[in-house]
Design a protein around this ligand. Structure first.
Ligand SMILES: Nc1ncnc2c1ncn2[C@@H]1O[C@H](COP(=O)(O)OP(=O)(O)OP(=O)(O)O)[C@@H](O)[C@H]1O
Ligand SMILES: Cc1ncc(C[n+]2csc(CCOP(=O)(O)O)c2C)c(N)n1
Ligand SMILES: [Mg+2]
Length: 465
């Protein structure tokens, strides 16, 4: 911790009358315009909200039992697990009992396995059918065999992991000359008849990305907008329009959906983007699928970092991860941290500024600084060397680290959900306002080192882990 900069100042936000919405034009302007830095994405400090200090709430327990990120939360939004009685994995027993009807009993998910080891086809009138592996099914009940969901030899997405899965599905996607930037960056860029557009999509799933007992509907709405606006920011762009896909349990109060939408719209107002449509469907839990489009005169990609470049960040790191850790342990303070988990504050002006300044690479920090800089290192084929003494550790992160017995710097290095930006600039480029150098790019194996060594631990959030 020695030498690590501690920020007592919280992120700042522009002064804005509550509920006031810009009625036209972009709230964010391009660098070089009349209002290059409106301070969007920053808000007043919150120095009194410390766990051990003058916090008026104190370290109150949110729940008696601390919950982890993937703890099973039973409630209106409960998801049926593999072992649930109506889970498709358990249906074969019922189907087997229907075999004598002489119908195509195997109509469920597992009768349509397609090209990945599939069992397609009816049980015959005899009640016997053959799977692709040649194993006989008796009365429609299959023996455990390769290609079946309960067969451990089937590679699952859980085993492949989030990024392994993305690599696999990306191989299926073809290319097209109109795709100027395809999968692999924070947003894609597609040529249109009269220009080009950025497009990105991000999902938020109840109990994976937010909890309805931790966050208000408006906070979830803000977060859903922010993480998509951030991907446009991470290309050096400004978002123009978004659509909202909303999956909801039938029991969801209408007021929740309305408040969610208000929160979403007010976050969009920070950059002058407009909601232009969406979709609604029934779902087991609240599911939010957002697509954002935007503009970038000079999009900055993850590939492009060069040896000798400076590595810099804009925005706050560690606060949201620390807030999530505090909430998971049953605390609802320090406020600066738990509020950052609920609503991130991407530095919306910093992406276009970095692009205008000539950033050689750019990424937003959604999973964790080390994880996301890892994408830059691999895409650019360079080594990234961070100096921990250059990192700013917000005071609330120090408080959470001390209270939970964790190194506060680990939240800054690996905590997700902050939606700060990380970029590389040539050493000759003066860093734009709001950017802080945290390291350098060097020639070497694609990796991110901290104080000269590989990081010992998870570099950030990864689904299915
Ligand atoms: N199912 C998919 N099919 C095709 N491309 C995908 C799929 N999932 C992700 N990608 C692409 O892979 C790249 C990396 O995705 P990832 O979700 O890590 O990016 P991100 O949105 O910046 O991060 P985060 O989801 O943490 O906010 C992106 O370019 C994304 O468009
Ligand atoms: C209830 C709850 N549990 C865990 C987390 C932590 N978390 C979930 S996804 C993610 C990375 C970004 O998501 P993605 O990669 O899907 O865009 C992080 C840091 C949370 N925010 N809420
Ligand atoms: Mg991103």
């Amino acid at each position: 911790m020695g030498g690590v900069r501690r920020a007592v100042r919280g992120p700042r936000r522009p002064a804005r009358a509550p509920g006031a919405r810009p009625r036209h034009g972009s709230a964010l302007t391009w660098p070089g315009g009349s209002d290059p830095d409106d301070g969007a994405g920053q808000r007043p400090g919150d120095p009194g909200d410390l766990l051990d200090g003058a916090d008026d709430e104190g370290p109150e327990l949110v729940h008696r039992r601390a919950l982890g990120p993937h703890d099973h939360v039973v409630g209106t939004g409960d998801v049926l697990g593999r072992r649930h009685p109506v889970d498709p994995g358990d249906r074969l027993g019922d189907l087997g009992r229907l075999a004598d009807l002489g119908l195509d009993q195997d109509v469920g998910l597992h009768g349509h396995r397609g090209s990945f080891g599939a069992v397609r086809g009816p049980a015959h009138a005899t009640g016997r059918a053959r799977g692709p592996e040649g194993r006989v099914r008796q009365n429609g009940v299959m023996e455990p065999s390769a290609g079946r969901p309960d067969d451990v030899s089937v590679l699952t997405v859980g085993e492949l992991g989030e990024f392994g899965l993305i690599d696999r599905v990306r191989r299926i996607i073809g290319s097209d000359p109109r795709v100027l930037i395809g999968p692999g960056d924070d947003a894609a860029q597609v040529a249109t008849r009269d220009g080009h557009v950025l497009v990105t999509t991000d999902l938020l799933i109840e109990n994976r990305h937010f909890r309805r007992d931790w966050s208000t509907a408006a906070e979830v709405g803000r977060k859903a907008a922010a993480c998509n606006l951030s991907d446009i920011n991470a290309m050096g762009g400004i978002a123009t329009a978004l659509t909202i896909g909303l999956g909801a349990p039938a029991s969801l109060p209408v007021a929740w959906a309305e408040e969610f939408t208000r929160g979403f719209v007010s976050e969009c107002d920070l950059v002058g983007a407009q909601v232009v449509g969406g979709d609604v469907t029934a779902a087991e839990v609240v599911v939010v699928a957002v697509t954002a489009i935007g503009d970038a005169p000079r999009p900055v990609r993850r590939a492009g970092a060069l040896p000798g470049d400076v590595v810099a960040v804009a925005g706050t790191l560690g606060l949201a991860g620390a807030g999530f850790a505090a909430l998971s342990r049953g605390f609802r303070s320090p406020r600066a941290a738990v509020d950052a988990h609920r609503v991130p504050h991407p530095p919306y002006a910093a992406g276009p500024q970095a692009a205008a300044a000539g950033a050689t690479s750019l990424v937003d920090v959604s999973d964790g600084l080390l994880a996301d800089l890892g994408h830059v290192a691999r895409a650019s084929g360079v080594r990234i060397e961070l100096e921990s003494s250059r990192l700013t550790v917000p005071e609330a992160v120090v408080t959470v680290g001390e209270a939970l017995g964790r190194d506060p710097v680990s939240f800054v290095l690996t905590g997700g959900d902050d939606y700060a930006l990380a970029a590389t600039f040539s050493a000759e480029t003066p860093l734009p306002d709001g950017w802080t150098q945290i390291g350098r790019v060097s020639d070497g194996e694609a990796a991110v080192l901290v104080d000269g060594s590989p990081y010992d631990g998870d570099p950030g959030h990864q689904h299915f882990r």
